[in-house]
Design a protein around this ligand. Structure first.
Ligand code: NOJ
Ligand code: CA
Length: 563
């Protein structure tokens, strides 16, 4: 874990390497969805004590940053993305003492902690909103976006999670509408109000003073809005990001956040969403602008569709994003998170014959690209989509409300359920599969969401014992990344660009060159790299005897040292 031995390289450009080293560039981030990780008290809900009981496991992975989804007080309309008190821990998850113990336990193991910061909106049960909705003259009125009904109905705004997709909710108490881009219980905060901004910065300082190591800014590109709420053209709602992201003053807010908080601590920052263009993305993360460190671009993760996807498209998207950040700025690399269905079910092949090998291949991709890898819990086991077919099995507010919406508009419900089976977020939120005992060892009670029945074969205990498991492959490749700075900083070059089946690229730094070859298909495929693979040294491969001639078996992945 060489990268983490110095806390900050900000003023220590390594002259030998001529690279701008940073701990957050060298990190491998492991994302934990606390609700589904480990339940310590049998109430069926994962909690902080549960995570604490698994710290040695987390350490064994070799990851050095953990990103925790929100753990603040919340009525859980959207599983914690509706915060009712930013300085307290959700009762289901435990206490502040548990949090302190968790942070200490991570730090003792050399692992940093990044917290989710959900400040595009709060819960409607937050004290600010209770005050705000109580009267038009309440001092908290301007913490949110209100439109007095005396002015008529405001121009339409689209809500992602609302039953009617109407982002304006009428509130009789003050005869006004409030804005909510997500559910009705997630009113949008008004970032134009300096008092609100100060509150948020104070909250950030509260957590940074506790010693956390970073923030993931939830939905932050939507925080800045044109508060005259002009009309959008018909069909605008199909291009949500275009009309909602990167509103006026967003950069002012981020500069202020950087000045007031981020620059004062050794913390990393990552935004969900990277705007609508490469320029937007650069404006968020270029170090000379002093805003954020990284952003997630969704173009890559959005490629997989129920009908499949084109490998050429996949390569083109990831190569394009890499090239745009080759000289400046920094990216994050991911294929899944808690808002996506499972990586292997979307991008690989979850058929038992190929699940294991294709999981390893996708993991090889993530760990060998430039950019900080964000790896979602459970993917290290090759966990698959649950594929629930009954609406009663779903828990996600977005699915439940969309189901009602589709019913209301008389849609083909079978087709809706089919789409949902492939893409629902709940696919990635089923309990972590620890062992073959009841409920996968996640809980002694009734889990808040059903366990994937395949836990009897896919589970941590079994994979830990098997040297060839997805889990042990993950551990090896994380180590490989930590041991090879070229995999973090090295120049990326795409090879055999027009090959429709395989993905091959080199990563080069200071004369050291690594070659990555990946077969994305369930049949053999030849990759033509024009490099002498026969003479290269295999660093890792997902088959027992890795290919040495460019002929790759189904989903084969090999990383070589070329020179
Ligand atoms: C993005 C989060 O990742 C997602 O889970 C949540 O539903 C929305 N933002 C709203 O906070
Ligand atoms: Ca619990």
């Amino acid at each position: 874990m060489a990268g983490l031995s110095c806390r900050d390289h900000s003023n220590q450009n390594n002259i030998d390497d001529n690279i701008d080293r940073k701990w957050w560039k060298e990190a491998v981030v492991y994302q934990i969805y606390p609700r589904s990780y480990m339940d310590s008290n049998g109430d069926g809900i994962g909690d902080l004590k549960g995570i604490i009981s698994k710290l040695d496991y987390i350490k064994s992975l070799g990851v050095n940053v953990v990103w925790l989804n929100p753990i603040y007080s919340s009525p859980n309309d959207d599983n914690g993305y509706d915060v009712s008190d930013y300085r307290n821990i959700m009762q289901d998850f435990g206490t502040m003492a548990d949090f302190d113990e968790l942070l200490k336990g991570l730090h003792q193991r050399g692992i940093k902690l990044v917290m989710d910061l959900v400040v595009n909106h709060s819960s409607d049960e937050h004290e600010w909103f209770k005050q705000s909705r109580s009267s038009r003259t309440n001092p908290y009125r301007d913490y949110y976006h209100w439109w007095n009904a005396d002015r008529g109905k405001p121009n339409p705004r689209y809500s992602l999670f609302d039953v009617n997709h109407d982002a304006w909710m009428y509130d009789a108490k003050t005869n006004a509408y409030y804005l909510h881009y997500f559910s009705r219980k997630q009113p949008d905060l008004n970032w134009e109000n300096p008092k609100l901004r100060k509150e948020v910065f104070d909250i950030m300082k509260f957590w940074a003073d506790k010693g956390i190591d970073g923030f993931r800014l939830d939905a932050f590109q939507f925080a800045a809005k044109d508060t005259t709420f002009p009309a959008f053209p018909p069909g605008y709602e199909k291009e949500f990001s275009k009309y909602y992201a990167m509103g006026p003053h967003l950069h002012d807010y981020l500069e202020e956040m950087n000045r007031e908080v981020l620059s004062k601590y050794d913390v990393m920052s990552v935004a969900e969403g990277a705007g609508n263009s490469f320029k937007d993305a650069h404006d968020l993360v270029d170090s000379d602008r002093h805003e954020l460190n990284m952003a997630y671009a969704f173009e890559g993760v959005d490629i997989a569709k129920p009908e499949g996807y084109s490998v050429l498209h996949f390569k083109q998207v990831f190569s394009k994003w890499d090239s745009v950040f080759a000289e400046k700025g920094w990216l994050s690399i991911f294929l899944a998170n808690h808002d996506q269905a499972r990586m292997v079910s979307r991008f690989g092949n979850d058929n038992p014959q190929f699940r294991d090998i294709s999981s390893k291949m996708l993991t090889t991709f993530i760990m060998t690209m430039r950019g900080t890898p964000y790896y979602y819990n459970g993917d290290e086991l090759g966990m698959t989509n649950a594929g629930f077919t009954d609406i009663k099995d779903y828990r996600d507010v977005s699915v439940l409300n969309e189901y009602k919406h589709q019913q209301n508009i008389g849609a083909d419900m079978q087709a809706f359920m089919k789409r949902t089976e492939f893409s629902a977020r709940d696919n990635g939120r089923t309990p972590f599969q620890w062992n073959a005992s009841a409920n996968a060892g996640f809980t002694t009670g009734t889990p808040w969401i059903n366990v994937n029945p395949n836990y009897k074969t896919i589970n941590e205990e079994a994979e830990d014992k098997d040297p060839n498991s997805v889990l042990n492959y993950f551990r090896k490749i994380v180590k490989l990344r930590h041991d090879n700075r070229a995999l973090v900083y090295g120049k990326y070059t795409l090879l055999d660009k027009n090959n429709p089946d395989t993905y091959a690229y080199t990563r080069e730094l200071n004369g050291k060159k690594l070659l990555v070859t990946l077969n994305f298909r369930d049949h053999p495929a030849k990759v033509n790299t024009r490099l002498d693979i026969g003479k290269a040294k295999v660093l890792i491969g997902n088959y027992a005897s890795p290919s040495t001639n460019g002929m790759l078996r189904p989903y084969e992945a090999v990383v070589y040292k070329v020179n």
